[in-house]
Each structure stands twice: as C-alpha cells, then as structure tokens.
Design a protein around this ligand. Sequence first.
Ligand SMILES: *Cc1c(COP(=O)(O)O)cnc(C)c1O
Length: 831
Amino acid sequence: MTTPVKPNVKSKSKKQVTAKKAAANSLPQDLDASLAKRMQRHVSHGLGRDKHSKQELFQALALSIKEEMLARWRATRQLDSQFECKQVAYLSLEFLMGRAMGNAIMNLDLLPETKALMQDYAVELEELEEVEHDAGLGNGGLGRLAACFLDSCASLDLSVTGYGIRYEYGMFAQKLVDGFQVERPDRWLREGNPWEVRVSEHNVTVPFFGHTSSYVDPNGRRNVVWLDTQDVLAVAYDMPVPGYKNDRINTLRLWKSEATDDFDLEEFNQGDYTEAVARKNLAEQITMVLYPNDASENGKELRLRQQYFLSSASLQDLLNNWVRKHGNDFSQFAKYNVMQLNDTHPSIAIPELMRLLVDEHFLEWDDAWQVVSQTMAYTNHTLLPEALERWPVRMLGHMLPRILEIIFEINARYLELVAHQWPGDEQKLAAMSIIEEGQEQHVRMAYLAIVASFSVNGVAGLHSKLLTSGLFKDFYQLWPEKFNNKTNGVTPRRWLAHCNPELAALLTKRLGADWVSDLSHLNALNAFTDDKAFLRDWQQVKLNNKAVLKQLIKAECDVDFDVNMLFDVQVKRIHEYKRQLLNILHIIHLYHQIQQGNTSNMVPRCILIGGKAAPGYAMAKLIIKLASNVAHMVNSDAEVAKYLRVAFLPNYNVSAMERICPATDVSEQISTAGKEASGTGNMKFMMNGAVTIGTLDGANVEMLEEVGEDNFFLFGLTAEQVMEQRLNYQPQQFINASPALTEVLSLIESGHFSLLEPGIFAPLLTAITSPDDPWMTAADFESYRLAQERVAKAYKDPITWTQMSIRNTAASGRFSSDVTIAQYRDEIWRA
Ligand SMILES: *Cc1c(COP(=O)(O)O)cnc(C)c1O
C-alpha cells in the first residue's frame, strides 16, 4: 500500500531536500534537529521515490523518534553512573512490550508535533501506529507485567535495566481453522526493528557443556576451572524505555545468541570448512523462539539453555560494569546492585553469580554468598504445581557441570541450617531440600530461589498469604522476614491515557492532567456521579469505543456486534483454571433460554472471548473449539441474535487489548478461587470503566475492597471453600440441583454444537462431571448464573450502570504499576 506524499509546501523545508544537505543530515550527531527535519531525512533516504508505503513512513517516523531519544538516553546513562545510585536489574525471560511508537510519542510529549507533521505526509498518525508489529516477547500476564514495570520504573525516575532475550520468533500468531486453533510463526523482526540498537561492545561469551577440574594455587586456594566448554556469544540489543515526560530513558537489553569465531581448528585443518561453519549455527538456536507455555513448565533442554544464557550474559554485563569502576572489590556490590527475578525462570542466575564471583573473581565462598544473598530478590507468580520448575540433575550435570556442583554446595550448607532448626527431622530435610529425590533427581528452582534471596514476594494479597500458609510454609517458618506481598499493577499510560484517548480527555477536563502520573487522583471522580452532563459524556465515550471494537470484531470474526447491547468480555490465555468453560456454559444457558422464549428479563448481550492456548494443551484447544462452535450456532439463528451474539477473537495480544478494554461493559474474571495469582487484565478493564463479574481470587479481592460490593458482581466459592470442597467433591449433586446446568450439559452431550463432529466435546463433559475436577466448574455454575442475572438487571438502568462504571475507574488508582513499583523501590530495592 502506498501513500502519496504531499510535497512540502514550506519553502524553508524545500531547500533542505538537496543531496548534499541530506548527506550532512544523515550523521547521527544531529542531536538537536527538529522532528520534521529528521523525518524528512529518513524519508528521503528511501529509494528517492515520491511515494512511500505506510511501512516506509512508519520506519522513518520510528527512526526519527528514536533519534529524539538518543541524547537523553546517553544523558540518563551518564547521570546514573555519576551519582552511583542503586542499580536494579529486572531479569525476565519475557517482556510483552506490544507496540512502542504510540507510547514513545506520548511519554516524550511529542503528540501534537507528530500529528501536525503527519499532515505533511497526508497520513494519519493512527494509521502508521497500526503498521507496527507487536513485540510479542512474552506469553501473557507475567511478560506484560515486566513491560508495565519498565514503564513505571522509568516514569518514577528509577535506574532500572530490563534484561531479556531477543527471540527471533515471538509468541505465535493464532488463526482459527474450522474453529480449531492453528499456530503461525511470528517473525516480528522481518521488516527490521527500528527501535533497537546493537551494541557489540557489551558482547560476552556464555559457556556450555565441558567438565570441571580443580587445582590448588600457589596461595593454597583450591580453584575450580570449567574446561572444554562450548562457548556462545551473547550480543546486546538495547531498546529505549522512555519515562513519562521526565527525560529519563532506561534500557531494555535483549540478548541474541551467535556463534563465536573460534572454530574447531582440527576440523578446519581437515578441510571441513563448510561443516565447521554450519555447526556454529547451533549457537543461534538458543534465542530463536519463545516457549509458548503460560503457567506450565515444559522441561525442554533448550529452555534451560535460554535461561542460563540470559542469566549468565546479564550477570557478566553487570559485573563488567562494576569491575570497570571498582576493580575486584565486591564489598560494596550489594549496596549498589539488586536483581529482581521474574519467577524462577532466571533463577539459575543464583549459582551463576556464585560461579562468577568464586571462580572468575576469586572471592571466598562465604563472601560470594554474602553478595548473592543480599542482591537476589524473587517474585513468585503461581501456586499451580504444573508451573513449578524442576530441572533433572542429569540434564544440569551434562549441560552446566560447574553450576550443578555449586547448587549441591549451596544445598549442603543450607540443609545444615534446616537440620539445626528441626533436629533429627529427616522428613523435613527431604521436604525442604533443593534436590528432590525419586526415580530421577531434580533441582527445585523455587526452593533455590527462596534460599538465596533476601526477598520473596507474591503478586496479590491472597496469593502471598497462600504462599506463606501453603506452598512455602516451611520456609516462612525459617525466614519470615523474607516474605512480602507486592500486588501487581498496570501502567496507566498505555492502559488508559494511550488506549482510551477520549476517556483520558474527559478525565483531564474534570481532574486536570496530573492523574496520568498519579492515578490516585481518579478518586475525585466520585464527586461527579450525580452530574448528568458528566454521565452523558461518560456514556458517549463508551459508546464510541464500542463502535471501534465492533469494527474489529466484524473484520476479524465476521460477527455483527451491536453497540447498544451489553459488551461482556473474557480475554486472557486459555486455561482450565481461568474457566472460559464456565463462561461458555452460561452462554449455552442464555441461548437455550432464548430458544425457549424465556426472554422477559434478558438484556441483549454481545459476548467476546479471546486468548491463545499453549500448542500442546489439548483441553485448552478443545475449549477454543467449543467457543467457536457455540458462537457459530448462536450467530446463525436470527431470533437468538436479537438477544445474544458471540465471537471468538483470534490472536489476542497487547494491541488487541488496547482496543478491547476501553469498549468493555462487563469484565469476566472468573477463575477458580486460589488459582489466579493476581491477574492484570482485571485491572485494565477496571481502569477503563468496566464492571467486574468475578470470584474472590487474585487481585479481584483487592479490587472489590476498593470499589465496594455494590459495584462488583461477586460469586463463587472462596479459596478456603474450594480447598475444603475438594476433599469430597461431588459435581453430580450440583448438576442435579441446577436445572439450568442439567439442560446445558445435555445440550452439549446431544451433539447440538457438534453435529458433524460427534463426541468431540466428550473430554470437556468428563472433566466437569469428574469428582477430580480441580477447577470445580459445576460447583460455581449456579452462583455464576445468578450473578449474571444481577448484571442484566443492573444494566437495564443506564444511570445506575454508568455510576458503577465511573466508580470502578475512580477506584482503580491503587492498581497503577506506579504504586506497585514505588513499593518495590521502598521495601525491596531500597533504591
Ligand atoms: C494483560 C494481558 C494479559 C494478562 O491477562 P489476565 O487476564 O490477567 O490473565 C495477557 N495477555 C495480554 C495480551 C495482556 O495485555
């Protein structure tokens, strides 16, 4: 697609389009040029044509904006090294950044200028923003949290560096074929990444395989060396992270694996040049692809390689920085450095830091352990047993022999402490050991992380409580002072100011503009809930946003949503614990009621479901298929369409959520209580004025606390009740007691939604009716159905509904990631 470029009419600008000038302007030193000048230079650096595709214009604008950041980026680095403030390294296998351009323009305060400039190119800024490919370097909540945190750290003027992996292929793109999920590779770098800067001066090498050997040096110190390793080069690609209107540009440093140049000389000399070169390509595989599992580990060897590669490269980078300034004196290192581990994924950094300090910088074990145990902080993200990482000892011993030795040494010393605390208690020793015995020995990474960290946090009040009373109870007894809670948050820049400009303008009109960097200001909205004009404006904004989403649904799903109907949305990764199935059962119930003519109390609804299933997760994929088939049946009945429309939106990602959450009336947060650690989607919806229907799970508990029971549709068992019920769960009793659920299940069983695919949904029915169903869908169905009736009733009164909506936005201030990061800063990082 090409867009004609209107010739620049300003004569001043015209003069600049000489080859000589353009060449002079191409120098990167051109730091104080205007945005217009930069843009013109990048555009004319194209093929010299006077027509430019949106892709070309996007690239030119992105490069121009990056240039705007370069001087401030350098200044930030100089400032941080000059003032020796505490440096935080946020280590994460995932950063789900989404698009960068709109966010950068907002944070750099370039919006009016950029919009005006785009007129010269006869293109809308929004059209160019749409061209940018999402940086999908994460699965879901955990990766998006890392991205929100980076924005808040920069905006709070903290010196925080994100360390991650530059996956060649990000999160797969999801398509639906006959209602089944099909995965397509995500080559997000195909057109190049205009934001990144490759910085080879930070290259480090990461060792794999080989074996260890020890010797006693002339001073009598026993040194261990790791020999005959296969080394992989780690190359740094830096992405700028601009703070909100504060001139700080932090760094997200993403590592790419490459082959080193040292070839196997023997192979070389034998004339196997091509073979030797080809073999080197194996190194590049490490950072080739993101593992698409959310909340489950897959235990693959390549995944462990990724984890060690990220951990080692990042730590070497930090130590190189330190040694450059302080030499080999690490006595003050912990005072100026802290590493936050985003789940156990990068927890191999713990033995790696021991190795670097002891083997390469020659610290004594105890001194090195002091450094490690004062710099490492661990965030736990889940209680689900299938997500707890355990690496086979055999695999570790083969791939990282020196690291395994260090883990055993850490464990031996730590178990002495356990034995001291619980004398003679062998069971306790086995239960708490970092090494799990059994047919095959495993390393329990969460235990390793707890033992080595000075801080262990959960991500919502309930989750943190369940950690200390359940999963990590023994450790809590041993070290109560390590444990703390940091309830998640989301950045109000992307998730309100940028994604919902009309609501943002309305807020600014009433509250002034300060809410963007201090979201507690939203509280003042409660004063306007009886202001008729304000209510009308609020409704109009929601209506406009629904019209935008309606277009997306039409284009992507070919389903007609009606903006006058209630928009009921559940978008998140597809997982049994998140209970998309409960939602679908309720949809079938509504469908059945409509067909029976029981529509008197019904409120017309459009229901949207979206999310990706892990490619190997059969049940999750079957849930997508059921949602698709039910949507198809519902939408193809003209009578039903008066009351109900259902769509499954393929390829849910950050950019889709930016369209979805501003347009949502009802946010579905219906996980089995005790299973969702926090949730962050719930917060994005709340900020944008959606009312939640939800269980007492994760951060829902705190959202309810803030907004009050009158503005939240609560249902379902509590976490405690779930645990109690599990001991003797009889789903058939709940089915028998609910005519609605009985009908719904028999409708599925009759093949109504699988006429050409007989029996396809049997595994779902088996799961719901099994006493072993950990998600207890049947137990919560009636309570959910009744809560949905309350939703319908409330929606019928537009004034009451709009007041509820306003109160939700007003109460969302506490869920700004600025609040969360201020707590990390004060209570963990002490930065
Ligand atoms: C916020 C977000 C999530 C997390 O959603 P939950 O409902 O908390 O699971 C996942 N994916 C994307 C793209 C998001 O923006």
